[in-house]
Design a protein around this ligand. Structure first.
Ligand code: G6P
Length: 608
């Protein structure tokens, strides 16, 4: 998500840190900052906005020193602002910290630290780390960092620079990537390879629970228990462009692979010890939920498809009626909105003009607006009454993948939270569903291990100009997203159809060899979808079925079958979407398209 760079050596660090941060710019960020140990101690420069703004600040007031840390921030806690930018420090300016990840228990730690007299100056979760290190510092920086991180729950990659021991940089990794670059008389920390590639190709990749103590001439690696470890120094052969994409051919493929992490980050701190759901930092209360009589969801594009699934999730779990509208339609159709209507605006970017206009319309009519968005500080986030952030991290490819599936995770949690507030679900069922939510990232990881079979299927369809996706219920909504993904990047024309509706007209288009991708993941509808598969098969379709592991009987009718792991029926789209994203991806790359930048499309559409 955010970017980290650290330097200790014989060269002036300011230029190296800025250079490293610029190399991380492509990942998206909203603010940047550096801390350098200068002759007068720790000094910071931070700025909301582009790195060029930080650079201007550094030109006016340069920092000179041989050790420093830098950060590009993608806000997760607290809006983008100078104060919320990293590095963060303790009150005495002895400790500075940059952090990627999310500290789940930061509110509790903050309260404890405030009791002890520590003053907080930002709204971030990160600031607790600098105070905790200061609190534990007794003359041994690595020891203080170890003690501090033992209190943290969540995900963190951190780099620490201290005025107490300016000849050291400390790096710790837990569930958020971090690497150490080894040079001659200088060493580096980076959240990603591009940050340091200009200076060295020799790296240690830290694992979870590992810490590195860097000096100018040495790197010591140890566990969080303080035991030294030996690690193989790796040589990075990637060129810069490959490194930016984490070794994947495209950002889209990288982002498809980031989904397990995105799911974990979106759930982080929100699933309570297997017994409940909470949205810290969101004011949406159980009492408010009990007052809601109607829900309208507004969104565009891929977010609209997530909303279609969100509708079914909420209705099934709460029995509150939900309508879903394309934001561009909602604003002009004079929707019936009352004070007990909750309007949910879904937007990855939080800047889509139609979605913003729809939510403004709803607010004017007196509705409460809840936003589901990926971008803190975005217009949608600023104007909504309540916000549920997805923590998918910046998405670069135009075709949305991890942002969509994280929106599904947000809807699952919201649905369960509402159901609990309304008592439409009992505690035992909730516990079971939370356990299934927690398994989703592992199930997606398993699916991503077998990409080859999907690539082979993509070869079959990549030469076609038309195809159909069919499905019922949730599978129909998922089919709409699968079809959009394929259209966006492969330019193959496809239509998503409710499986039972095809025979009312469009079946006329099925001829010998027409590919039909049949989604059949909903156990209760399986037989019905199987009959629809037979209908198209009888007209010569080439059928690719996607179903749950164990439903082998579909092999008798379908030409190919893709299997996905079993989970709670409402959660299935969040695993089933993965092979469908891959199918679109491979079809587009086999056709030789620029997958990350499809023609005519923009990542964020800020005009009507
Ligand atoms: C654009 C993008 C789509 C996206 C839609 C809504 O059209 O190309 O991928 O789904 O906007 O974007 P939002 O940021 O509001 O989710």
């Amino acid at each position: 998500m955010c970017g980290i760079v650290g330097y200790i050596g014989k060269r002036d660090s300011q230029g190296i840190l800025l250079g490293g941060l610029k190399k991380l710019e492509y990942r998206g960020y909203d603010s940047a900052g550096v801390a350098i140990h200068t002759k007068t101690g720790l000094e910071l420069r931070k700025s909301k906005g582009r790195i060029s703004e930080l650079e201007t600040r550094l030109e006016a007031q340069p920092l000179s020193g041989f050790a420093g840390i830098g950060h590009t921030r993608w806000a997760t806690h607290g809006k983008p602002s100078d104060a919320n930018s990293h590095p963060h420090t303790d009150n005495e300016m002895n400790i500075s910290v940059v952090h990627n990840g999310i500290i789940e228990n930061h509110l509790q730690l903050k309260a404890e630290l405030e009791q002890l007299g520590y003053r907080f100056v930002s709204e971030t979760d990160t600031e607790v780390i600098s105070h905790l290190i200061a609190h534990h510092y007794k003359g041994d920086l690595p020891e203080a960092v170890r003690k501090a991180v033992s209190h943290l729950r969540g995900a963190y990659a951190i780099a620490v620079l201290s005025a107490h021991e300016p000849d050291k940089l400390i790096a710790v990794r837990w569930a958020s990537p971090l690497i150490i670059g080894v040079g001659e008389g200088e060493n580096f920390i980076g959240s990603d390879i591009p940050a340091i590639l200009e200076h060295t190709r020799s790296v240690y990749i830290l694992n979870d629970g590992e810490m590195a103590v860097l000096t100018r001439d040495n790197v010591e690696l140890m566990t969080l228990e303080g035991n030294f470890i030996a690690k193989q120094l790796l040589r990075i052969e990637w060129d810069f462009v490959m490194a930016e994409k984490g070794g994947y051919d495209t950002f889209m493929l990288k982002e498809i692979h980031e989904q397990p992490r995105a799911y974990r980050d979106t759930m982080r701190g929100r699933l309570l010890e297997g017994t409940g759901i909470s949205f810290p930092g969101t004011s949406l209360s159980a009492r408010q939920i009990r007052g809601v009589k109607h829900i309208h969801i507004v969104a565009c594009g891929t977010a609209y498809h997530a909303a279609l699934i969100g509708k079914q999730v909420i209705e099934r779990l709460t029995r509150i009626p939900v309508e879903v509208d394309l934001a561009s339609e909602y604003r002009y159709r004079m929707p019936v909105i009352g004070a007990n209507t909750l309007v949910i605006a879904v937007s990855q970017s939080g800047e889509t003009a139609d979605t913003l206009a729809a939510m403004r319309e709803a607010k004017l009519a007196g509705a409460r607006v809840l936003a589901i968005t990926n971008v803190i500080g975005s217009s949608v986030a600023r104007e909504a009454d309540d916000i549920l952030f997805t923590h998918a991290g910046p998405e670069i490819a135009v075709a949305s993948t991890k942002a969509y599936s994280s929106q599904l995770i947000a809807f699952y949690m919201l649905g369960l939270f509402m159901a609990r507030s309304l008592n439409t679900i009992d505690r035992a069922a909730l516990t079971e569903m939370i356990a299934m939510l927690e398994r989703l990232p592992y199930q997606v990881e398993r699916l991503l291990e077998d990409k080859e079979s999907i690539r082979r299927i993509a070869e079959r369809i990549s030469g076609r100009e038309h195809l159909f996706f069919i499905g019922r219920g949730l599978d129909y909504s998922l089919a709409m997203e699968a079809s959009l993904k394929l259209k966006e990047i492969s330019y193959i024309h496809s239509e998503a159809y409710a499986a039972g509706e095809l025979k009312h007209g469009s079946l006329a288009l099925i001829e010998e060899g027409t590919p039909v991708i049949a989604l059949a993941t909903q156990e209760l509808l399986l037989e019905k979808t199987a009959s629809n598969i037979k209908e198209v098969k009888a007209r010569g379709a080439y059928v690719i079925a996607l179903t749950l592991e164990g439903n082998e009987e579909l092999e008798k009718t379908a030409d190919q079958v893709i299997y996905v792991p079993r989970t709670y029926s409402l959660f299935t789209p969040s695993v089933a979407v993965v092979p469908l994203q891959l199918l679109a991806y491979y079809a587009a790359s086999i056709r030789g398209h620029d997958v990350d930048k499809p023609r005519n499309l923009a990542k964020s559409v800020t005009v009507e």
